[in-house]
Design a protein around this ligand. Structure first.
Ligand code: SAH
Length: 266
């Protein structure tokens, strides 16, 4: 019996597990996700899943990549939905593995609906979303009693950007986290400034959070586009805007100073 099978014997219809793989580091998987990956027979995964996590799957597992990139959709969403349903109806349990959390900009909702419509049971295993992972890895609290009591997650994908109303999501006491904002970074900054946000608002770009090649780039909102451009920031990266990003600077500096003091003592 593996982690998927029910005690009542092999079901005629398989089940779909929508599993969050977190931001990268395998240690940030939930125990349930790790257990399912290590017992999986069929894994349908997207491009954001860290290779170290894919390496946890059994050698016998069938790995199906449906990698999505902004400009290169290898498999349209309705085909992914159809694939999950077809595998399950053929009696196979399917592990649908996604970066971060399946229900935060992960299209998990669409896949769950498609499965439900076909009579296929779905279970969701949450994962650490990029915003949470980036905040932790960059020592950057998304809320702080002295700096922010509101945090918003938005998608910065260019489509319809000008129609979106982000007024009120950023500014004093608020943290704005932008997923998929790299390509539109300059336009996003311009839009927020036009909506009344100070160009001096501090921000941070966290590239490859919770991965060995993580970079944290800090600056002001006015500098966002230039920083992304000049530093050649690569996907995946998340943009965090608000006073908490400046506090993190101070916290990191404090830690650096304490470390220096400790080394000087030795
Ligand atoms: N479901 C995912 C988000 C998918 S959308 C989650 O909950 O995290 C893809 C976007 O997530 C990327 O464009 C990037 O903005 C962000 N992202 C995912 N992994 C990341 C990482 N390790 N570091 C920084 N940003 C990441």
């Amino acid at each position: 019996m593996n982690a998927f099978s029910s005690s009542a014997g092999a079901p005629a219809v398989g089940k779909v597990w929508l599993v969050g793989a977190g931001p990268g580091d395998p240690d940030l998987l939930t125990l349930r996700a790790a257990r399912l990956i290590m017992a999986a027979k069929v894994i349908v995964h997207d491009g954001l899943v860290d290779p170290r996590i894919m390496a946890m799957a059994p050698a016998s597992a069938r790995l199906i990549s449906v990698a999505k990139r902004r400009s290169r959709h290898t498999m349209p969403q309705d085909e992914i939905n159809a694939l999950l349903v077809a595998e399950a109806l053929a009696g196979r349990d399917v592990l649908r593995l996604k970066g971060g959390d399946p229900f935060i900009f992960g299209r998990g909702g669409e896949e769950a609906e498609a499965c439900a419509a076909a009579g296929v049971a779905v279970e969701v295993v949450p994962g650490i979303s990029a915003a949470i992972g980036a905040g932790a890895a960059a020592l950057l609290p998304l809320t702080h009693r002295d700096a922010a009591s509101v945090v918003s997650f938005v998608s910065g994908q260019c489509k319809g950007l000008s129609d979106q109303n982000w007024a009120g999501l950023a500014g004093v006491g608020r943290t704005l986290v932008i997923y998929m904002g790299l390509a539109g970074a300059e336009r996003i900054a311009d839009k927020l400034i036009a909506d009344g946000l100070s160009p001096e608002t501090p921000m941070a770009v966290v590239e490859s959070a919770a991965r060995p090649d993580m970079r944290v780039l800090r600056g002001s909102l006015a500098e966002l586009g230039a920083i992304v451009d000049k530093q050649r920031v690569q996907s995946p990266a998340i943009i965090i805007i608000g006073a908490v990003t400046a506090r993190a600077d101070a916290a990191a500096k404090d830690q650096e100073l304490r470390q220096l003091a400790l080394e000087a003592e030795q």
